[in-house]
Design a binder for this molecule. Sequence first.
Ligand code: PNS
Length: 216
Amino acid sequence: MAAPKKKLAHPSRGATAKEPRAKASVKLAKHAKPAAAKLSAERTKLPQASDGVMAIYPGSFDPITNGHLDIIRRAFNVFPRVTVAVAFNPNKDDAMFTPEERVTMIKEALPEFRDRLVADSFSGLLVDYARRVKARVLIRGLRAVSDFEYEFQMTMMNRHLRPEIETVFMMAGEQYFYTSSRLVKEVATFGGDVRSLVPASVMRRFRQRLAEKRAG
Ligand code: PNS
């Protein structure tokens, strides 16, 4: 015959009929302290902003748009630290904004992540930059199926160059499916309204750049 199951005392349960309430609460407090300490020790084991996996979100960001910001915010839900890396070619750069301006606009647009965000610029291969900053994750945003071909090629080429680097894709919010730096620049240049598509700091610089162009 099977032995009767022993009732296990549950540490979090209160007084038994024989124990007065006050005594039980002393017992609970004694028990709760190490449990709380253990929990906080567990928490400090979680990735911290200072030492966690660092992901790079690379791009031209000429300029950063609200679609990019949507991806960056999603990335911060997953990674403790994100480096937004502006790629530029020092020999052939027909960008509207300098790499420094692009980095500044990124910082200005994300003040809430000041402690976890690095905004930087690089030239040369992305995988070499990733090696320099010790990052093993690349983030790319996807808007529509049309992005896939280009992203697939880049991912496979980067994997060929450095197989240990993983590319993680995130879907942009549907309101950003038609937003791209190229289109936003074109529309702004011809006087179209792009205020809902870019952060305020970018809008300011658009106005400044266009005024400079008009002045010759
Ligand atoms: O968002 P973008 O502008 O299309 O980003 C493209 C970018 C900057 C990620 C890509 O052109 C790049 O990685 N440039 C750095 C040079 C490089 O590594 N080229 C090989 C890519 S497979």
